[in-house]
Design a protein around this ligand. Sequence first.
Ligand code: GTP
Ligand code: MG
Length: 209
Amino acid sequence: MIIKTAKFVKSSSSFALCPVASMPEYSFIGRSNVGKSSLINMLTGNKKLAKISGKPGKTQLINHFLINDKWYLVDLPGYGYAKSSKMNRYIWNSFTDKYLKQRENLLNLFILIDCRIKPQSIDLAFMEDMGENSIPFSIVFTKADKISKGKLSKNIQIYKNEMLKNWEEMPNYFISSVVSMAGKSEILNLITEINKNTVFENKKKPKRF
Ligand code: GTP
Ligand code: MG
């Protein structure tokens, strides 16, 4: 797929304020600092499109980017543990939760995981929640340039083993690096396929498959 245009549309502080759900939409979520905004910039070939930062918590709103005037990429705020909470629950803006569970044109969610770290209960709990709510998702293991190939495949095997304790099969996954551009064509190919296979029966209600 060739990305001809990538335009910032708006930042929304609530579900209701998001753009009309009339086009296919693909969103990026994961813990703060995992590389969501960087990945959107890598996919679109525009380093300045989504704001990135070395400090966690940069993205605080739901950010829509219109691609080729036909579909959206969405940069979401990261989730994290509540500082005061001892519970193993992810927390975030409640509007992100509502967005994920009610956005009817959200065709695939990319859940980003730092490939260097062992499985974290916060990410596993989040994926369970997405599964229970039938939200289609893929995993993206980010920052692959930061470890050796051997370590990377070992970490992914560890992740698969952990996932298979609760899932019948390992969800679809990608390996990415904004330095080597790994994962770019694979992720864009998936989006192309989903776009092809999705019928918008009326302008507001696409059919998830
Ligand atoms: P929040 O908006 O705070 O939730 O963070 P985010 O998930 O959007 O992360 P962001 O894209 O801002 O990146 C966080 C840091 O990781 C930045 O310093 C990026 O340059 C760095 N980073 C992201 N992806 C990669 C990657 O593939 N390789 C390397 N080496 N660094 C990366
Ligand atoms: Mg961000």
